[in-house]
Design a protein around this ligand. Structure first.
Ligand SMILES: Nc1ncnc2c1ncn2[C@@H]1O[C@H](COP(=O)(O)OP(=O)(O)OP(=O)(O)O)[C@@H](O)[C@H]1O
Ligand SMILES: [Mg+2]
Length: 257
């Protein structure tokens, strides 16, 4: 059974950074291969993981659209489902310690029900091949139920050092409950934080009702790597955000042991 960790939060709070560094931790700790799922249509994970150089990066959304547009035409003698599964498999980017699926754009107008059913089964079966699945999400939550509809063991809600970030975290927690999302545990992660948090922020953090998993410091290496087009997974152990994230990730995956 794989452990599914989904990372969500308000826009720009550090979802992709946290996802990439979590994957870095899991790989280095030997929990590999990791399946990285980029569920943000404005895909950022390939560059954060250093997997953006693979040619013809195809997306699940593109595969679904192509299949829909072809009206289910398949090579002679090949069952429709097997053909679609083959195409979905081709969208899997494989590397040494981690594989990546880029979900891409959501479906357009029309009934994609058959394709989505095959896709759901494909994602469930695929996920079982990995000890950990890490999903980087777009801001908001609707797509989580729409696209994967599978259990999420840990929903990490990322906030920056702002009241707006915390308010968004509360809305996301409420929305996930309203949608009946199958979440094991919600956790709050504060990212890009100063050394000292104000008493009001500490109080507001507690008031969210979401248990705090960890506080990650602002780290100048993160924008430096981003601007230098370097993979965040290559950040050194000595980087402050890496040290904090590693501690946080260790606590998360050992919490039930
Ligand atoms: N701990 C940190 N220290 C310094 N800068 C950071 C830190 N975490 C993230 N950043 C910077 O903040 C910006 C947003 O980070 P990131 O892309 O991870 O957020 P996101 O939530 O995935 O954004 P989006 O909603 O656009 O997908 C980036 O420019 C990144 O370099
Ligand atoms: Mg992102």
């Amino acid at each position: 059974m794989s452990t599914v960790i989904a990372v969500t939060g308000k826009g720009g709070t550090g979802k992709t950074t946290v996802s990439a560094l979590l994957i870095r931790y899991l790989v280095n700790a030997g929990h590999k291969p990791v399946l990285a799922v980029d569920a943000d249509p404005d895909s950022n994970m390939p560059s954060a993981l250093g997997l953006d150089d693979s040619k013809n990066l195809s997306t699940i959304g593109g595969t679904r659209q192509d299949f829909f547009d072809s009206k289910g035409e398949v090579p002679p003698g090949m069952p429709k489902e097997a053909f679609l599964e083959l195409k979905l498999n081709q969208a899997l980017v494989e590397s040494k310690n981690l594989d990546m699926l880029v979900m891409g754009r959501p479906e357009g107008a029309g009934c994609y029900c058959y394709i989505n059913n095959v896709l759901r089964k494909f994602l469930e079966t695929l996920g079982n091949n990995y000890p950990f699945v890490v999903i980087d999400n777009e801001a908001g939550l609707e797509h989580l139920s729409r696209r994967t509809a599978q259990k999420v063991d840990y929903l990490l809600i990322v906030s920056d050092y702002s009241m707006n970030g915390l308010r968004a975290a509360v809305r996301i927690k409420e929305l996930s409950q309203e949608m009946g999302l199958n979440v094991g545990k919600n956790y709050l992660v504060i990212n890009n934080a100063p050394d000292d948090l104000s008493p009001q922020f500490n109080e507001a953090m507690v008031d969210t009702g979401v248990p705090l998993l960890g506080i990650l410091p602002a780290d100048e290496n993160v924008p430096r790597y981003d601007i230098g087009l370097k993979a965040l997974t290559d950040l050194p152990d000595s980087s402050p955000v890496v040290a904090s994230l590693d501690q946080m990730a260790w606590a998360l995956i050992h919490e039930n042991k």
